[in-house]
Ligand binder design. Sequence first.
Ligand code: GDP
Ligand code: IMO
Ligand code: MG
Length: 430
Amino acid sequence: MPAVAVIGAQWGDEGKGKVVDILSEHADVVVRFQGGNNAGHTLVVGDETTIVHLIPSGVLQGKTCVIGNGVVVDPWVLIGERDKLRARGMLVEDEQLKISDRAHIIFPYHRAIDVAREAMRGGAALGTTGRGIGPTYEDKMARDGIRFADLLDEKSFPDMLRDSVERKNRYLTELLNGDAVDFQSVLEQCAVVRDQLAPHVTDTSVFLDKSLASGRRVLFEGGQGTMLDVDHGTYPFVTSSNTVSGAIATGAGVAPHRIGTVVGMCKAYTTRVGAGPFPTELHDEDGKRLQRDGSEFGATTGRPRRCGWFDAVVVRQAARLNGLHGLAITKLDVLTGFEKIKVCTAYELDGERIDCFPAAKAAVERVQPIYEELPGWDETLDRARSLEDLPKNARRYVKALEDLTGVPSFLVSVGARRRETILLRNPFAS
Ligand code: GDP
Ligand code: IMO
Ligand code: MG
């Protein structure tokens, strides 16, 4: 049975949560494979809004939720999120939530380092979410991290933790002007975490292999977006993980050929939260209007999102890097009322036309978007359930995005609610 992946094709917050929730109806298992609680995925069913940061967005559909080895896990956030969902009758059985024994743990010193380092950067801060994501991935790569398998080994864990806390405290206090964390207190909190989470910890790669072999349908849920990928994004204004579909293989422990269909998520315009280049960003009334009508505030930090026109250079890059089979275009409804809508088709860099994203920071800052203008529409869209229900110019806009990116649309979203959706093609059926 094919596995399906949902990947952000812009700078995150494209609506992955909504689409994963919808596609989960057709899945048995939903998997996060990278990132951590820097993610904030919003699910709206009727009038009830749920935001998940770590638990896969298949949870409302009652599917088995897997947190793969490539995720960095803040166990206190995870317990809080699980218990809130449990209070609503979800994840009642331990086996409905599985955590990889190889996933790295975010400790309080990681959060402290993230925050202190951003403060030290001052005006050059990256605008991280302050959740300790970067410092935890750094420890992983430095072969200095602590994983769930280590937490479960009651004999060796206290020494490992003491060693880490001592070294991190020196870094925090001597280089970053931060406050030390208290080893004893963290150790005690970790005993609670062990009791709470041990029943969920397992070899998730083995579980996924068995699931796929027995024909269960698996849905992989990306965090962040392609332009935040540590290799392919707007480095250094990126997150610390690979966010592209290739990261599924390493971050979930499944072979690459198992990933059947890749759906790329994009808004009908573009947003970005945090610092870094954004060629189509608008600083005028149109930008303010997108922010207001799209309620563009971060689901994790509440920060206002920067807004701009759709950038086909970005989504084409995402199509190439992820092998996108289809697009899920969200927030088309937010464009209602614009007389003209601009779409960036290419960039101009030092007098030359380019259609790929340059690598050098200075070059990215100099690119000028080349725009095509499309006619807008005035009708509200939230009741549309098929392309025929959309006004002609909205249909034309969707078609333009398909043509400019070279990717057909599988889904068009016309409102935040689950039902405010035009499903054109079910990726589990293709
Ligand atoms: P994610 O991180 O990719 O899951 O996206 P977020 O949840 O952070 O941000 C997307 C926001 O847009 C959320 O508030 C969603 O409820 C909302 N949303 C998703 N699709 C649509 C849509 O088609 N129209 C409108 N108006 N809002 C949407
Ligand atoms: P979802 O999954 C949007 C951004 C931060 C910052 C940069 C690095 O909801 O789409 P980090 O804390 O990861 O070290 O911050 O990445 N960022 C996101 N932006 N959506 C996200 O996740 C993000 N996760 C991280 O704002 O610019
Ligand atoms: Mg988000």
